[in-house]
Design a protein around this ligand. Structure first.
Ligand code: DGJ
Length: 289
């Protein structure tokens, strides 16, 4: 439905009726800046700012460091915006997380730190905020073997605890959404920039009891890899959207952001791979075009 260039691994935050999207600006391939766009309909996007910039926000960024999968959080207690991302170095050897914060959504963002959270090697990542404000950083840990579910501190700037889950399953690109009290996670296998089968798992407890992985979508996730799941709460229905990256289309700078409806019905979850659809943001209803 929506194809944006140079905005990969995107993270989203809804403020009032405006969606803010941050992502990797892959214009120069391996050293993305992080751009922010805003939209009220997820179709028309306004460029807001380059919120993290090579050589500007951090001297090593653009040289020995690069960012992947930036995700945006708002902390109600500190009234700060916080970015967690994959903070990487040569040959993915650093395996760290980067944390930035700002008083205003469009920045300026200050570098808080880059480190292996709780000393755990961490790569592909995402964030999730629960109804009670508890935030989690979920990342592929220990040389891509497991998923680490890190509970964040009250100010969202530190990892407090890590639960090692999906042990030995080699999952990456995790994206979590909560629907009627149940957490659903989409994730992929680790195949570089090549797409692979997306898998679904669910649980009623964020840190325990996740179901066996089961396939969802076609064998290459419709040529995408999960980046985020959005919840659109309308007056008539709540619609969920799958946001994925179509990497190397045909090269890294031209990777695309692809959005599909994600339907939950009778305990089942399905990606609806429509070429075009529209959403009524008031009612939450969507239809194929
Ligand atoms: C797949 C990951 O999901 C991407 O974020 C990126 O790290 C590529 N692998 C690199 O090959």
């Amino acid at each position: 439905m929506v194809r944006h260039r140079r905005q990969s691994g995107a993270g989203f935050l809804l403020v009032g009726d405006t969606w803010y999207m941050i992502g990797e600006d892959r214009g120069n391939s391996w050293h993305p800046d992080v751009n922010m766009y805003s939209s009220k309909d997820l179709q028309h996007w306004k460029f807001e700012a380059k919120i993290i910039e090579n050589g500007v926000t951090h001297p090593g960024l653009g040289k020995d460091r690069f960012i992947e999968r930036p995700k945006l959080l708002y902390n109600k207690k500190t009234k700060q915006y916080v970015v967690w991302c994959h903070w990487e170095g040569k040959n993915y050897g650093a395996s760290e997380a980067g944390i930035f914060y700002a008083d205003n959504i469009t920045g300026p963002y200050k570098f808080h730190k880059g480190e292996r959270p709780l000393n755990v090697k961490s790569r592909d990542c995402n964030v999730f905020v629960d109804d009670d404000g508890t935030a989690y950083f979920i990342s592929t840990i220990d040389e891509n073997q497991h998923l680490g579910f890190f509970t964040l501190s009250d100010d969202y700037l530190e990892a407090k605890d890590c639960k090692w889950l999906f042990k030995g399953m080699r999952r990456e690109a995790p994206a979590i959404v909560k629907v009627d009290g149940v957490y659903y996670m989409l994730s992929s296998a680790c195949t570089g920039w090549d797409p692979n089968q997306c898998m679904l798992s669910y649980s009623t407890n964020m840190l325990d009891g996740w179901s066996k992985l089961e396939p969802i979508g076609d064998r290459i996730a419709y040529d995408t890899q999960a980046a985020s799941i959005l919840t659109i709460k309308g007056t008539k229905q709540t619609t969920y959207l799958y946001v994925g990256d179509r990497w190397m289309d045909p090269d890294l700078p031209q990777s695309k952001t692809i959005i599909f409806p994600l339907v939950f019905k009778d305990g089942k979850c399905e990606i609806v791979p429509l070429d075009k659809f529209e959403i009524n943001y008031k009612t939450g209803e969507w239809r194929e075009l």
